[in-house]
Design a binder for this molecule. Structure first.
Ligand code: PRX
Length: 652
C-alpha cells in the first residue's frame, strides 16, 4: 500500500470540516440532500433521469441488463456522442456560444463557438470517411493539447469509429504497441507540440512507431504552426501522410451523425496494470455519456456563466471525460492549455485563470504540491476572484496540500471537490457534491448518488479499513479489456463475487466518508500518472547490460510517488554512472519520459524468498529509508544490509 501507517494515522486524525458556503448552497445544481436516498432506492430510475437529458435518436427499452461482470446500459437506445456534444446545442440556438478557448504555450490563442466546432468536427469526420474509416474501425490519436485533439475525438464518435488516444509523452515503442493492439487504421498526429519551451517531436515519433505498425494505412498530420513548424519540418511520406489543413480545405462540413447503439464501443484507452502490457480499457456510448454528463454538471456545479478549466491532458481519462465529453455534453465554456505550468514562469496557470475569468478549476494533487513549493507569490500576482469551485483528481491529496489549495487558490471561498475515479470507471465515482457535502481535507467523501461503494477485506467481509469495492454496476463502467476479456474478468472481478475491485486501499471514518489510501497492487502513481512496475522492469531488462530488475514506488514530496529501480547487471558489466544514465534513457525510449526511474541502485542480488520471489515490500522499505520489516523468509538475510548501504550511497 502506498501510504505508511504514520501517514494513515495523521489522515484519520484530520478533523477540520468545511461545510458548503451559504452563497453556494442556495444556487447549487444539486441541493436536495434527499438525492442520495432517492438514487439508492432506485438507481436505474436515477440514471435514466440523467440519460433522458441527452438526445436519443431511438429510446432505450431496458435501463440495465446485468449479467456479472457484463453490464449493458440503455439497451435498444440509439444516440451519437458528437451530436449530443455539438448539434444538440446548435439546434437549441446556442451555436454562437463559446465552446473552447485554447491557449498555446507560446501564447497563441484560438476560440471556437459551438457552431464553429460543429463545422470543424463534421468536416474532419468527412475527411476520416474519405480515408476509408468505417464504423467500428480504430483510429489512434497522438496529438499535443491543441483543439484538433478534441476535434479528432469528436469526429471519430460522429462516424462511429473507435478512438484510442495516446498521450503525447509516450515513446514510439509505446505508440506502436497501442497501434498494433487496436489494429488502428489511421493515425492522427501533429508535426509537434510545445512543452516547457521545447518541441515534442510527435511526427518523428509517429514515423518511428510506424515502422512496426503495419495496420496503419493513413497518417493525418496537424501543422502546429509558427516557429515550431519551421524548426521541425515533418517528413511526409507520399500516399501515406496527409496534412490536416489540406484535407480540410476540400471537406464538406455537412456530415450526418451515425446512429450508434448505446452499447457500441466509443473508445479504447490504454492504462497500466500489473503486467508488462498495458490494458485497452473499453468504454461504450450511452452509459459513458450519461455518467460523464451527469457528474460534470453535479460535481462541478456547472452553471451557464461558468468558465471551466481542467488541466489534464486528453491522453488520460480525465481529459476524455472532463475536458471533452462531459463539459461539451453540458454546453460548457471550456479552457484548454497546451503547455507546462511553469512556462514562461511559475505563474502561468494563474495568469490563464485571470485572463479568461476561469470559475471552475480542476487539477491534480501533484500540481498543487508543485505550486506550494514554488511559493504563494505566484498566485498572488494574479486576480483569482473569478474562481468559485476547485477540484482535484488522480491520487490521494495530503491535507496540507488541500489546505493550501483552499486558502491560497480558493481564498477560503471555493468548495473543493476531491474526486476519486479511474480510467476503468470512466467517470467520477466518489466525490463531494459542492452544495451538500461537508468536506474534510484528504477524503473524497461519499459515493456519487447512484453509486454503491464500500470497504471489504480480502475475503469479502465489510470492514472499516481494507480494500475499496464497488458493489453495483454503474453506467460508465468499462465493458472489457480490448482483445483480452479474460484479463477483464481476472483483474477486476475475481477477488469477490460480482463486485468490482478497483485496486485501491481505503478506510471509512465515523461519518461514512471514504479515505482512499493508494494502490494495493504493483501499479505506481507517479505525478498522477499510472505506471506498472512490470512495464518498467521489462524496459530495464530489455537493455543488454541488465539481468534482473525490480521496481518499486518511493514516496516523493511533489510527485506523490517516484520510481526506484534495483538492477542486477550482467557478469563483467561495470555499474557506472554512465550506465545509470543510459538505463534511465532506455526506459524513456521504451515507454516515455514519465517512466524514467528517479533512482537506480545497482546490486549483485535482490532480496528473494527461498522460493525465488522478489520481496518488494523490503525494497520499498529500503527505497524509503525505513527500518525493514520481517526478513525471516529471505533466502539470504545479509542482502538487505548490503542493499541499504548501496541505496544510501546512491541517495548521497
Ligand atoms: O489509486 C487511485 C488514484 O488513481 C487511480 C486511477 O488512475 P487512472 O486510471 O490513471 O485515473 C486517474 C484519473 C481518474 C485510482 O485507482 N486516484 C484517482 N483519483 C483519486 C485517486 N486516489 C485518491 N483520491 C483521488 N481523488
Amino acid at each position: 500500500m502506498a501510504q505508511d501507517t504514520g501517514a494513515l494515522d495523521d489522515l484519520l486524525r484530520e478533523d477540520r470540516r468545511f461545510p458548503p458556503p451559504g452563497s453556494f448552497v442556495a444556487s447549487a445544481v444539486v441541493r436536495d440532500p434527499g438525492v442520495y436516498e432517492r438514487a439508492a432506492a432506485d438507481p436505474e430510475a436515477y440514471w435514466a433521469e440523467w440519460a433522458s437529458k441527452l438526445d436519443w435518436f431511438e429510446p432505450w427499452h431496458t435501463v440495465l441488463e446485468w449479467n456479472p461482470p457484463y453490464a449493458k446500459w440503455f439497451l435498444g437506445g440509439k444516440l451519437n456522442v458528437s451530436h449530443n456534444c455539438l448539434d444538440r446545442h446548435v439546434e437549441a440556438g446556442r451555436g454562437a456560444r463559446t465552446a473552447l478557448i485554447w491557449e498555446g504555450e507560446p501564447g497563441d490563442t484560438k476560440t471556437y463557438t459551438y457552431a464553429e466546432l460543429h463545422a470543424e468536427v463534421c468536416a474532419f469526420a468527412n475527411v476520416l470517411r474519405g480515408l476509408g474509416v468505417e464504423r467500428g474501425d480504430r483510429v489512434t490519436i497522438y496529438l499535443p493539447m491543441i483543439p484538433e485533439a478534441a476535434v479528432a475525438m469528436l469526429a471519430c464518435t460522429r462516424i462511429g469509429a473507435v478512438h484510442s488516444v495516446v498521450f503525447g509523452g509516450f515513446s514510439p515503442d509505446s505508440l506502436a504497441d497501442r497501434n498494433n493492439d487496436a489494429s488502428s487504421k489511421v493515425l492522427i498526429t501533429a508535426d509537434g507540440g510545445w512543452r516547457r519551451g521545447g518541441i515534442v517531436p510527435l511526427k518523428a515519433n509517429a514515423d518511428e512507431s510506424l515502422k512496426t505498425s503495419p495496420t496503419v494505412e493513413h497518417v493525418v498530420v496537424v501543422r502546429r504552426g509558427g516557429t515550431l513548424s519551421e524548426q521541425t519540418p515533418a517528413d511526409m511520406r507520399e500516399g501515406r501522410d496527409h496534412w490536416y489543413h489540406e484535407l480540410m480545405a476540400d471537406a464538406s462540413s455537412d456530415c450526418a451523425a451515425e446512429w450508434m447503439d448505446a452499447e457500441d464501443n466509443l473508445f479504447i484507452l490504454y492504462t497500466s496494470g500489473t503486467t508488462g502490457k498495458p490494458k485497452g480499457v473499453v468504454h461504450t456510448t450511452g452509459g459513458y455519456l450519461t455518467q460523464v454528463c451527469a457528474t460534470t454538471r453535479a460535481v462541478f456545479d456547472l452553471h451557464d456563466d461558468d468558465v471551466y478549466w481542467c488541466t489534464a491532458d486528453v491522453g488520460w481519462i480525465t481529459g476524455h471525460s472532463y475536458i471533452v465529453y462531459g463539459p461539451l455534453a453540458n454546453c460548457a465554456q471550456i479552457v484548454m492549455y497546451e503547455g507546462a505550468p511553469d512556462t514562461p514562469d511559475r505563474g502561468r496557470f494563474w495568469q490563464i485563470c485571470e485572463k479568461y475569468g476561469v470559475t471552475i478549476f480542476y487539477t491534480a494533487p501533484t500540481a498543487i504540491r508543485a505550486f506550494m513549493r514554488w511559493g504563494d507569490e505566484w498566485p498572488a500576482k494574479s486576480d483569482l476572484s473569478s474562481l468559485r469551485l476547485l477540484g482535484t483528481v488522480g491520487e490521494p491529496i495530503n491535507p496540507e496540500a488541500w489546505m493550501w489549495y483552499h486558502q491560497v487558490i480558493g481564498h477560503e471561498r471555493c468548495p473543493i471537490v476531491d474526486t476519486w475515479w479511474q480510467t476503468e470507471t470512466g467517470a467520477i465515482m466518489i466525490t463531494p457534491l459542492p452544495g451538500l457535502t461537508e468536506t474534510k481535507p484528504g477524503t473524497a467523501t461519499l459515493p456519487f448518488p447512484g453509486i454503491q461503494a464500500t470497504i471489504l477485506t480480502n475475503d469479502g467481509k465489510e470492514a472499516r479499513a481494507g480494500l475499496l469495492a464497488i458493489t453495483t454496476p454503474w453506467p460508465s463502467m468499462l465493458r472489457t479489456v480490448w482483445g483480452d476479456d479474460r484479463r477483464f474478468r481476472e483483474t477486476y472481478w475475481s477477488k469477490w463475487k460480482d463486485i468490482y475491485f478497483p485496486g485501491d486501499g481505503a478506510k471509512m471514518d465515523d461519518d461514512g466518508y471514504l479515505w482512499i489510501l493508494g494502490r494495493v497492487d504493483d501499479v505506481l502513481n507517479v505525478a498522477g500518472h499510472r505506471i506498472g512496475t512490470m512495464e518498467v522492469e521489462s524496459a530495464l531488462v530489455d537493455h543488454q547490460a541488465v539481468v534482473e530488475a525490480a521496481v518499486v514506488g518511493k514516496k516523493h514530496d511533489i510527485k506523490g510517488e517516484a520510481i526506484a529501480a534495483f538492477v542486477t547487471t550482467r557478469e563483467g558489466v561495470e555499474p557506472t554512472d554512465a550506465l545509470n544514465a543510459e538505463l534511465r534513457d532506455h526506459v524513456g525510449r521504451k515507454i516515455g519520459a514519465i517512466a524514467k526511474p528517479e533512482v537506480i541502485v545497482f546490486t549483485a542480488e535482490l532480496p528473494k524468498t527461498r522460493s525465488g520471489k522478489i520481496m518488494r515490500r523490503l525494497l520499498r522499505d529500503i527505497a524509503e529509508g525505513r527500518a525493514v520489516g520481517d526478513t525471516t523468509t529471505l533466502a539470504d538475510p545479509a542482502v538487505v544490509r548490503r542493499l541499504q548501504q548501496m541505496h544510501e550511497a546512491e541517495e548521497g
